[in-house]
Design a protein around this ligand. Structure first.
Ligand code: ZN
Length: 474
């Protein structure tokens, strides 16, 4: 069976090849990397084609392969030749792709790539669960070898949910609670269905890095992560009848953020809101502090091209409605300022999240009721309990009692100046937009379903079955 109704093509790293005409090198390759030596080249006119690691595909189950091509439109596989060998080497030779038996070097098939055609390879039984080993990973589906200038793009052509199974363990731990994994599965599936950022130029839909989503095949999938994909099969996140942009990050530090405050774009379902769940679970490395001397800050800014003298003060000069950092202002002794906004605050300062405060030689301030009102210190400030009792805060850190214990309150605002530099105190990891993966874990641990999780992090979306040919492989 070598037919895929609807597939997602995915590119591995482009595989460069190089040429050489040294007989010693040929000898080395014959001995150590025979799969890289194609045909019977002679010293003087030899061409050694080598892929970045290996151009070998190997059937995990030990069956053979069908060779042919994938239809550009339907992505159906068309067989031209069948081979019994379980290990194939693929190399470029004069505008052709040459498939050899990796063990014997016998040439099995030559594929003419003129006119932009790409060689397709499908393992026997791919309609079931056949896996192919390539570059030390196991993959579902077939492969396309597509010449791209002087390189070959190797593209995994795989059914939607097999792709999602290969994303889940890399974007979220495969042993997390089922409902959290199900939420992640819907996010990953929906992302893959959005218009591709690669297809127009390279004719694959998603790459396998965090440019799109990390995808490394079937090797790390676990029973629970596979179950999460199967139990949400065919379900994606929609808003107004279109696929929702299901951004997610590791954690948000206590409040999610609208993308307009991070990247400048906006979507009605991506809104910033306090996240009461993250603090209910243990998150490694959640709280962080960083220190910069004034000279370190100065060179940091200068390296990024900002015109400023020695920095003498720094402050969070703007926060979003949920209290994340929107703007940071630096000032030098001559009064010149540099103002960072949106994601540049995090990128330039190298903080893990958008949720941090800056303190240092000067005094930090405390926001009052999130209204923009601000206190310079907690001296003389009372807290009022639900029963109307009041208590006076002392100096030093202020703690709030949360469901998981106590958290120190963080002070946004006030400029840090004087002293030797600044201390940045923050929480969370990532851009803060959309679903918090640790928040999803916490919600699942509290008994929430994946629908609850997704509807909390994506305001106003609907979860619906995908239709048409996208659904045929789900
Ligand atoms: Zn990408």
């Amino acid at each position: 069976m070598a037919f895929v109704q609807w597939c997602f093509a995915q590119a591995g790293r482009p595989l460069p090849f190089r040429t050489a005409s040294c007989s010693a090198l040929l000898g080395w390759y014959r001995q150590n990397r025979p799969e890289c030596v194609v045909g019977d080249p002679q010293p003087g006119d030899i061409i050694i084609y080598t892929f970045s690691h290996t151009g070998i595909v190997e059937s995990v189950q030990g069956g053979g392969f069908s060779l042919g091509w994938f239809d550009e439109e339907t992505r159906a596989f068309h067989e031209m030749e069948r081979v019994e060998e379980a290990r194939l080497a693929v190399a470029v030779s004069g505008g052709r792709l040459v498939v050899t038996a990796a063990d014997s070097g016998r040439v099995l098939f030559r594929f003419d790539c003129s006119g932009g055609k790409a060689l397709g390879i499908m393992p026997d039984g791919a309609g079931g669960k056949a896996q192919t080993r390539f570059e030390d990973c196991r993959w579902y589906g077939g492969f396309e070898f597509r010449p791209n200038g002087g390189k070959v793009n190797v593209i995994n052509v795989v059914g939607l949910d097999d792709y999602v199974k290969g994303v889940l363990p890399y974007e979220m731990s495969a042993d997390w609670p089922l409902e959290a994994l199900k939420a992640q599965a819907v996010c990953a599936r929906t992302y893959a269905l959005l218009p591709s950022r690669h297809y127009g130029t390279d004719r694959f839909d998603v790459c396998n890095t965090d440019c799109c989503q990390v995808y490394r095949g079937a090797g790390q999938a676990g029973a629970v992560s596979d179950q999460a994909v199967e139990e949400t099969a065919g379900i994606a996140a929609f808003y107004n009848g279109r696929y929702a942009e299901t951004y997610y990050c590791s954690s948000n530090g206590g409040a999610s953020e609208a993308p307009v405050n991070v990247w400048g774009n906006s979507q009605p379902y991506l809104v910033g809101k306090p996240d009461p769940y993250e603090e209910l679970t243990y998150i490694p490395g959640y709280d962080y502090t960083m220190q910069y001397s004034w000279s370190q800050l100065t060179s940091l800014l200068k390296k990024q091209g900002y015109a400023i003298g020695t920095v003498t003060s720094a402050r969070v000069s703007g926060t979003t409605p949920t209290g994340n950092v929107a703007e940071v202002t630096f000032r030098d002794a001559a009064g010149r300022t540099v103002v960072l906004t949106k994601e540049a605050c995090r990128k330039v300062l190298g903080t893990k999240s958008m949720r941090f405060t800056i303190a240092g030689g000067g005094s930090a301030g405390w926001s009052v009721n999130r209204s923009g009102g601000r206190l310079a210190s907690m001296d003389g400030v009372y807290a009022i309990s639900g029963g109307g009792r009041t208590g006076l805060f002392g100096g030093g850190a202020v703690y709030a009692i949360t469901a998981s214990g106590t958290s120190v309150l963080r002070a946004p605002g006030g400029a840090a100046s004087g002293g030797t530099g600044i201390t940045i105190t923050g929480a969370g990891w990532g851009h803060g937009v959309g679903m918090s993966q640790y928040g999803a874990k916490a919600m699942a641990e509290q008994g929430y379903t994946y629908e609850d999780i997704l509807l909390f992090y994506y305001t106003g979306i609907t979860l619906e079955r995908i239709s048409g040919r996208e659904a045929e492989s789900a």
